[in-house]
Design a protein around this ligand. Structure first.
Ligand SMILES: Nc1nc2c(c(=O)[nH]1)N[C@H]1C(S)=C(S)[C@@H](COP(=O)(O)OP(=O)(O)OC[C@H]3O[C@@H](n4cnc5c(N)ncnc54)[C@H](O)[C@@H]3O)O[C@H]1N2
Ligand code: MOO
Length: 405
């Protein structure tokens, strides 16, 4: 099976996503971090919604040449001054307090010689400018202005803005519930004794962690042994667990081995296959399908290095879009190649490595190991360099396209 390119696979997912019913829900802003806004936020009022003092000082009506003013009162933040402030008079005002409507200027207290008491006189020292130290109504934005577009990821800063605008609840996209499957009789959990033939399960925590990075925390995990005698029971378990899930992400069991049974199980769920192999290295063993209920299935290779690439190139961009975020392959940066790469590339190769900055310029260094089965090298990967199909040698110093992760 030759399979499709990464780009073709993503287009197939694009078509699937067009038919996904995006479900939204109202959510308290206080717990909305990492959700995606399903509505566009406009300013519900002018911001700020009154003229306010930028300084602790004195509010007054500016008069050319006048240096002395009588203090009529004191306004703290949150207090509204309802009386007049006649010419030649001033009110002591605190930062953030509403400037009385008739006052056009605030003078910083450092520029005033006075004891600050009501009835006392203040004498202005030095030059003052009419209109200074007032933050005008609507300076940050006028009522109705669109400030946060639908599709924005709610970061801490966005939460702060929403709260500052008085929003208690916002409409967000629901997050999917994800069934994370690992597979293989050889795969055991850390803590158990490592005996010949067995390996520890690194992919489960990797996939759950990557999901968490996207804000998806509602996950259920299950291990399929691929043992033919357990097939019926395991299929029953998957059918049951899949009932409450929107997405399935699995590791292993998607190649052509005798015990690679996950695609067979997915067929039993009624899944329609989008692709069974990808024209890329590592990560060729990747599977994509959709169930009649619209559940998305991503089958990744069991090999950790291949599963890592499969996640970043095929799963993450699709899930980002599913979550309402802008989904794209990692941002591409043109980097200079640290050391040459020689490898036959019948398909696009995505080389794991890291970007470092040398004299302010990005340089890409490949990992010590780039095999599908590589595990240890994943510790430092922060980028994937794309070597296009047919290019079998790239020299050190050459420019190369690198996907930042
Ligand atoms: N005859 C062929 N054999 C293979 C082909 C092929 O085209 N023809 N494709 C190869 C490629 S490419 C890859 S990659 C692997 C992928 O195989 P699977 O996705 O079916 O994965 P498994 O066979 O289940 O496991 C592969 C490897 O990964 C280890 N593994 C599995 N699960 C985990 C886990 N949770 N954590 C860590 N490591 C895991 C497993 O023990 C195997 O060593 O197939 C090639 N074969
Ligand atoms: O899926 Mo494989 O990673 O191309 O060796």
């Amino acid at each position: 099976m030759v399979g499709v390119t990464v780009e073709a696979a993503l287009s197939l997912w694009d078509e699937v996503l067009e038919n996904v019913e995006y479900r939204t829900m109202p959510l308290s802003v206080t717990v909305a971090r990492d959700y995606v806004l399903a509505e566009t936020i406009t300013l519900p009022h002018d911001v700020p919604h009154f003229n306010k003092s930028a300084m602790d000082g004195y509010g007054l009506i500016y008069e050319d040449g006048r240096r002395n003013y009588i203090i009529d009162g004191i306004i703290g933040a949150g207090v509204v001054w309802n009386a007049q402030v006649p010419l030649g008079h001033a009110v002591r005002i605190m930062t953030g307090a509403m400037v009385p409507t008739m006052c056009d200027t605030v003078v910083m207290q450092e520029q005033c010689k006075t004891d600050g008491h009501i009835g006392s006189t203040l004498e202005i020292q030095g030059q003052i400018t009419k209109g200074s130290h007032i933050i005008y109504q609507g300076e940050d934005g006028r009522k109705g202005l669109e400030v946060i577009p639908e599709g924005t990821v709610i970061t801490t800063a966005v939460q702060a803005v929403l709260m500052g605008l008085g929003y208690e609840m916002v409409e967000v996209y629901r997050k999917p519930r994800v069934l994370v499957l690992t597979s293989g009789r050889e795969v055991i959990d850390p803590g158990l004794k490592l005996v010949p033939g067995k390996i520890y399960n690194s992919n489960r925590v990797m996939l759950q962690g990557f999901l968490k990075d996207l804000g998806v925390v509602e996950t259920v995990q299950y291990h399929v042994t691929d043992d033919p005698v357990a097939y019926d029971d395991e299929l029953e378990a998957i059918i049951r667990l899949a009932r409450d899930c929107d997405i399935i992400v699995s590791s292993g069991g998607v190649s052509v081995g005798l015990y690679d049974t996950l695609p067979k199980m997915y067929t039993a769920l009624g899944a329609k296959v989008l692709y069974g192999r990808i024209q890329m290295r590592p990560g060729a063993a990747s599977y994509g399908a959709v169930t009649p209920k619209g559940q998305l299935i991503f089958g990744l290779s069991g090999n950790p290095g291949a599963a890592f690439n499969g996640w970043h190139l095929l799963v993450k961009p699709v899930l980002q879009r599913y979550l309402g975020r802008e989904g794209q392959l990692g941002k591409v940066l043109l980097c200079s190649l640290g050391e040459g790469i020689e490898k036959k590339n019948p398909f696009d190769r995505y080389v794991q490595g890291s970007i470092v900055f040398e004299k302010g310029r990005p340089v890409f260094y490949k990992n010590c190991s780039n095999a599908s089965c590589g595990l240890v090298g994943l510790v430092t990967v922060n980028a994937l360099a794309k070597i296009p199909k047919g290019v079998n040698s790239v020299s050190g110093g050459e420019d190369i396209e690198v996907h930042m992760l």
